[in-house]
Design a protein around this ligand. Structure first.
Ligand SMILES: Cc1cc2nc3c(=O)[nH]c(=O)nc-3n(C[C@H](O)[C@H](O)[C@H](O)COP(=O)(O)OP(=O)(O)OC[C@H]3O[C@@H](n4cnc5c(N)ncnc54)[C@H](O)[C@@H]3O)c2cc1C
Length: 418
């Protein structure tokens, strides 16, 4: 029986293992952590946004970092196939806003358990606390792996699915890049993608924990709007995060690379209202609370922690009598709500990114089989490859599809060669 070794028991490694084992190969997953799927457990805030209910074209579009490279993998194993795999083994899923697919239980743990169960059912074996250090190669062909404990294991094919270099506590410490580079592969420089943004304004700490829904955020360099998103964001102790900020972080990283700095984040706190409509709304509130101080008359309009910050940004005073506010002052206040500016000083480091951009160059990998073009019987899958996308389940689907395609091809190639 042919033998396939999978390095890494994450999203890509599990699917590679399932595919190869279902093809009848003897499969062993080598996982450095005490358990598989550590990163999967923290996905989707512990709920695991498994995939997205969209077309293949849309999947590719939402993976701006080389998504097209995965066309062949998506054709072999799509988002529909992923949902079908889980559902057919009893894990119910649901579709939420923006096509995001989650387990009905809202527990990422259930996804990890189900993948382990499917893999075990197919006859696969998992070795935990086994850190692979080197891919063994003979005559240009992968023949096995050597671990840090000096043990080695031979195989007919090896799948490298070690993930990226973010959230290293989950086991994704970038080992795969070194192993691939040692075999001659080009590593496209690593960059944080989907990462929170830093700003140094004093008021940031007072806003920590504030979550804003249905706002518009734009990244602006001088007068040029570089990116624009609508949705949810969050203030943290260092700056801003949340879905729309993570999406905009790609634009910030690129701007930094292009020397476009400093940048501003403009937040429209009331995008559903035009300036005129918001002004009318503010006038109504000011009439209602005309006897109050400004800071006490805005609770219907703004979250309480934001009130002093917006008053300050509009050059007004918190203890100003509302009935003393001039038309010009009100106009400036309304404009501030529509265009609240937060200066951005940079992105958080790679270790805090949701995804690593860069990685093993797609030019050196066969897009159909995910086999290395440099080393026979070596396959690559998941985030270790230079592919990355937006939030919404696209990155996991990229890992699942590339894993499945790599596992299928690994089992086939070794069978042919035995
Ligand atoms: C906080 C957070 C939330 C996220 N939420 C989502 C989401 O909801 N939806 C989505 O689509 N994407 C999400 N992502 C991105 C997604 O988790 C990754 O893109 C995906 O897990 C990549 O899969 P992978 O198998 O390539 O790598 P990983 O899932 O990182 O798996 C790699 C595995 O390889 C193991 N490994 C590494 N080196 C070695 C070695 N030398 N020997 C043996 N084993 C090794 C690691 O321990 C790890 O288990 C999120 C990421 C983060 C950080």
């Amino acid at each position: 029986m042919c033998k396939v070794i999978i390095v890494g028991g994450g999203a890509a490694g599990m699917l590679a293992g399932i595919a190869a084992a279902q093809q009848g190969a003897k499969v062993i997953i080598f996982e450095k952590m005490p358990n598989i799927g550590r990163k999967l457990l923290i996905t989707g805030k512990g709920r695991c946004n498994i995939t997205n209910d969209c077309t293949t074209q849309e999947l590719i579009k939402q993976l701006p970092g080389n998504g097209r490279f995965l066309y062949g993998a998506f054709s072999q194993f799509s988002n529909i196939d992923m949902v079908e795999l889980l559902e057919s083994h009893g894990l119910k899923t649901k579709v939420e806003r923006g096509g995001r697919v989650f387990p009905v239980s809202d527990r990422a743990m259930d996804v990890v358990d189900k993948l382990r169960e499917i893999f075990n059912l197919a006859g696969g074996k998992i070795l935990t606390k086994k850190t692979v250090q080197e891919i063994l190669v003979l005559d240009g062909k992968a023949i096995g792996v050597r671990c840090t404990d000096k043990s080695s294991e031979l195989a007919d094919a090896v799948v490298l699915a070690t993930g990226g270099a973010s959230y290293p506590g989950t086991g994704s410490t970038g080992d795969g890049y070194h192993m691939a580079e040692a075999l001659g592969h080009t590593i496209v420089p690593l960059k944080p993608s989907l990462v929170p943004l830093e700003c140094e304004m004093d008021y940031i700490s007072t806003l920590q924990g504030l979550s804003l829904r249905n706002v518009t955020a734009s990244i602006v360099y001088k007068n040029e709007v570089l990116g624009h998103e609508f949705g949810e964001m969050l203030f943290t102790h260092f700056g801003v995060s949340g879905p729309i900020i993570l999406s905009l972080s790609k634009v910030v990283a690129q701007a930094k690379k292009d020397g476009k700095y400093p940048l501003d984040l403009f937040i429209d706190l009331k995008p559903a209202l035009s300036l005129e409509k918001l002004d009318a709304r503010v006038q109504r509130d000011f009439a209602l609370y005309s006897r109050k101080k400004l800071a006490n008359g805005l609770k219907d309009l703004l979250p309480s922690s934001l009130i002093p910050v917006i008053i300050d940004a509009a050059c007004l005073q918190q203890d100003q009598d509302i009935n003393q506010i001039t038309k010009e002052q009100r106009k400036k206040f309304v404009e501030t709500i529509k265009n609240f500016s937060v200066p951005i000083v940079g992105t958080r480091p790679l270790s805090e990114a949701i995804v690593t951009a860069g990685g093993v160059s797609t030019k050196e990998i066969n897009p159909k089989t995910l086999e290395s073009k440099l080393v026979k019987a070596l396959f690559l899958a998941g985030e270790v490859i230079d592919v990355d996308g937006f939030t919404g389940g696209y990155n996991l689907q990229a890992a699942f599809s590339s894993g499945f395609a790599a596992g299928t091809a690994a089992a086939t190639i070794s069978k042919n060669e035995v």
